[in-house]
Design a protein around this ligand. Structure first.
Ligand code: AR6
Length: 172
């Protein structure tokens, strides 16, 4: 794996110029708070119009739209799991969110994608545990597929940066 294929950044994901940014959405896909609210504000109302015709999305699955006023060409919307203590399939569902988002990149020939730390805000998933799942799922996928070529972890705070860097050091 090339050194720059995975990067951890402290960044507002709405500012990134990549082929796709991933939205930590909810099953309605009709917007919300956190990164979801920020993405909808930055993309403009056309994003919500396109989301309305998608008829929602189950937890762990992913759907793609255009990026509208964002610098990113596309938004991949995935509802991660709500944390219920760890015994309700949360780890698998979080991995599914990452893997299904990466599958959409592959299907749509998207080279670069940025992820927020899915489920670790309003949905309460512990950050270190989530980062380990995120990094493992991305490494597995990149090891088996040509696309995407570059994955960015767009962390909103220092705790998330440290968690992803630690997971990367331990696994790569
Ligand atoms: N750029 C990057 N990361 C961000 C940004 C941003 N602009 N804003 C927040 N984060 P959350 P969830 C980080 O709560 O836990 C919504 O209402 C944040 O610090 O956005 O998956 C949806 O509609 C945290 O690390 O998403 C759902 O109802 C991470 O993004 C629910 O929240 C995820 O936090 C989803 O909850």
């Amino acid at each position: 794996m090339k050194d720059d294929q995975i990067q951890v950044l402290k960044a507002d994901i709405t500012t990134l110029e990549v082929d796709a940014i991933v939205n930590a959405a909810n099953e309605s896909l009709l917007g919300g708070g956190g990164v979801d609210g920020a993405i909808h504000r930055a993309a403009g109302p056309e994003l919500l119009e396109e989301c309305r015709i998608l008829n929602g999305c189950p937890t762990g699955q992913a759907k793609i739209t255009k990026g509208y006023r964002l610098k990113a060409r596309h938004v991949i919307h995935t509802p991660g799991p709500v944390w219920h203590g760890g015994n309700q399939n949360e780890d698998q569902l979080l991995s599914d969110s990452y893997r299904n988002s990466l599958e959409l990149c592959k299907e749509n020939h998207l080279s670069s994608v940025a992820f927020p730390s899915i489920s670790t805000g309003i949905y309460g998933f512990p950050v270190q545990r989530a980062a380990a799942i995120a990094v493992k799922t991305v490494l597995d996928f990149l090891g088996r597929n040509e696309m995407p070529r570059q994955v960015l972890f767009a962390c909103f705070n220092e705790e998330a940066v440290k968690a992803h860097e630690k997971a990367l050091q331990e696994m790569s």
